[in-house]
Design a protein around this ligand. Structure first.
Ligand SMILES: Nc1ncnc2c1ncn2[C@@H]1O[C@H](COP(=O)(O)OP(=O)(O)OP(=O)(O)O)[C@@H](O)[C@H]1O
Ligand SMILES: [Mg+2]
Length: 287
């Protein structure tokens, strides 16, 4: 099968700290997978590793996307993030950064061109000058359509990227980027966090409108509520550096009701808080 993201036995470290310790996961185009797990379990690290963040060192395992090895390349870091983006990967950040001085419209047009209309390699002189990417008016129309879909005020187009944006506005801008880029594999890192009830529905509608049989989604979330709107084909639990449990949408309800100690009991992991030596301490009973 080549229409899939295939993660096999993936081990990742930062410095000398092991974060992922044998992750196996397959996301096919057209499928939505939810990834849940306690704070600090490595969900964002997995997302960054998939996009090629240079701090996250792959110690073992493989990542292939539609048959292409993302870890192959002239450097140990594998394929660069921009190349991965051109292959259709997209990451919506858990904590989006501000880019003062760059307007939303200019940013979006630049990322659109970088992914879909890159300047021809080696273009110089007149060819480089002739390069304009997508015509401005055409891009504007497309951007405004997508902004309307996400119920964003058109005035956002001329504001600086994320500068002074509220938490929910930042998340909406991440979704606007996804809608404009139209990726084939979208990794959404807690896109639902910080959204009010109406915004959650709007963002979910935006995701559903962008979904297609060509698009796979890996949706990192702590809460089952987003999954009421965007129905996952599978739900996975990341814990202790690996995916310890997978199931259907009912798994997210069980997690909400029972918490992660329940998962630990189910899969035979030590229950309790780890002390500094890594040995489990019993969790204090409430009186
Ligand atoms: N650049 C870094 N330097 C040092 N430690 C890091 C770095 N990035 C991540 N970590 C550590 O790796 C572990 C996994 O972090 P990560 O952000 O992937 O967790 P997460 O599952 O996304 O958590 P959350 O649900 O809180 O977002 C944490 O213990 C974190 O402190
Ligand atoms: Mg995270």
């Amino acid at each position: 099968m080549t229409d899939e993201l295939l993660i096999a036995d993936l081990e990742v470290s930062i410095g000398d700290k092991k974060i992922l310790n044998g992750v196996n996961l397959t996301v096919r185009q057209g499928e939505v997978h939810a990834l849940m797990g306690p704070n600090g379990s490595g969900k964002t690290s997995l997302a960054y590793t998939l996009m090629g963040h240079p701090d996250y060192r792959v110690d073992a395992g493989s990542i292939t996307w539609r048959g292409k090895d993302l870890l192959a390349g002239p450097t140990p870091l594998g394929m660069s993030p921009d190349k991965r983006a051109r292959l259709g990967l997209f990451l919506a950040f858990q904590y989006p950064s501000a880019i003062p001085g760059v307007t939303v419209a200019s940013f979006l047009r630049n990322i659109y061109n970088a992914v879909h209309h890159p300047k021809p390699a080696g273009a110089e002189g007149e060819d480089a000058i002739k390069y304009t990417g997508i015509p401005l008016a055409k891009f504007r129309r497309m951007m405004e359509e997508k902004m309307a879909m996400l119920r964003m005020d058109p005035s956002f187009a001329s504001r600086y990227v994320n500068e002074g944006f509220s938490g929910g506005e930042k998340k909406r801008l991440e979704m606007l980027q996804m809608a404009v880029l139209n990726p084939e594999l979208a990794i959404l890192d807690e896109t639902d966090s910080g959204l009010d009830i109406d915004a959650l529905r709007t963002v979910a509608e935006g995701i559903n409108a962008t979904l297609s049989p060509e698009m796979g989604v890996l949706m990192i979330t702590h809460y089952q509520r987003m999954l009421n709107y965007v129905t996952p084909d599978q739900v996975h639990v990341l814990m202790d550096g690996r995916i310890v449990m997978s199931g259907g949408v009912e798994l997210s309800h069980q997690l909400e009701a029972n918490g992660y100690d329940w998962v630990r009991q189910q899969v035979g992991l030590p229950v309790g808080v780890l002390d500094e030596a890594g040995a489990p301490e019993p969790v204090a009973e409430h009186a």
